[in-house]
Design a protein around this ligand. Structure first.
Ligand code: ZN
Length: 270
């Protein structure tokens, strides 16, 4: 029996990323970093600018008098992603029409924080726009935060978005789990791990009590910054596993600013 299955939540998102990849291909973009402004030319009836949105949202797309106006929150780490997220709403047909035919504006929360489908789709599109497949597969790092950090710097994107892209493209068996308040918010497994019978991450699940990630959440008022080494654990502590027992190495990256903890789990072949 072929055990290769895919988390259905990611199927539509993968299609969205393929659409973003085709925009980059059609634009003949081969150099980094990719500029989201490429898709915001006046002749396309869209005007874009950075604007302090006073914490109300990360980006805003407004349709008035036949023209789109795009605003994004400038930020050292996430400004380009905020911009690309709004470009995604403009380029994705369903989003474009929904904003045009609906209230005429959309306020965004970007960066894979929210569970709202429209936002998740724009995040995935933005991620593929800034880290196009044609370039990323050649530069895909090993699934560890140090190497992912270097790749994130090369593409000028956040560590979170580079980590997701890494798990998507790595040939190794790996998973990324994002947790908030000690519970799984969402996650993604690599194709290699899916072949071992682990193909999704259960949202809302408590983190394994013996894990470093769980230990970090036990003191939420003093979450450390940066990379924290974890230990080896059994895959069954993290996932409902159907195949042989698999040992996974845990590495943690804490982002206290957004109240999230990223956990990378990697199986190294013996
Ligand atoms: Zn949005």
């Amino acid at each position: 029996m072929d055990r290769m299955r895919k988390d259905p939540a990611w199927e539509r998102l993968d299609d969205i990323q393929k659409e973003a990849d085709s925009y980059v291909r059609n634009a003949n973009i081969t150099t980094l970093p990719v500029d989201p402004g490429f898709w915001c030319r006046a002749e396309d009836d869209i005007y874009a600018k950075a604007l302090d949105l006073k914490g109300e949202c990360d980006g805003l797309l407004v349709f008035r008098d036949g023209t789109f106006h795009l605003f994004y929150q400038p930020d050292q780490y996430r400004g380009r992603f905020n911009f690309a997220h709004e470009v995604a709403h403009f380029l994705l047909d369903e989003h474009h029409q929904a904003i045009r035919d609906g209230r005429g504006e959309h306020k965004s929360q970007t960066g894979f924080i929210t569970d709202i489908q429209m936002e998740r789709e724009a995040d995935c599109f933005a991620s593929a726009l800034l880290m196009p497949e044609s370039v990323f597969w050649k530069l895909c790092p090993d699934p560890n935060f140090r190497d992912i950090g270097r790749t994130a710097a090369a593409f000028d994107v956040s560590l979170t978005s580079a980590a997701i892209r890494t798990v998507q493209y790595t040939p190794l068996r790996a998973a990324l789990i994002v947790s908030t308040a000690g519970k799984v918010a969402w996650g993604r497994v690599s194709e290699g791990l899916a072949r071992s019978g682990i193909y999704d991450v259960k949202k809302g699940k408590s983190l394994p009590p013996r894990s470093k990630s769980c230990d970090i959440w036990s003191k939420p008022s003093c979450i450390p910054s940066g990379i924290v080494e974890g230990a080896e654990s059994c895959a069954s502590e993290w996932f409902a596993v159907y195949s042989h027992p698999l040992r996974l190495w845990e590495e943690v990256f804490c982002i206290p600013r957004f109240g999230t903890v990223l956990t990378l789990l990697t199986a190294y072949d013996e």
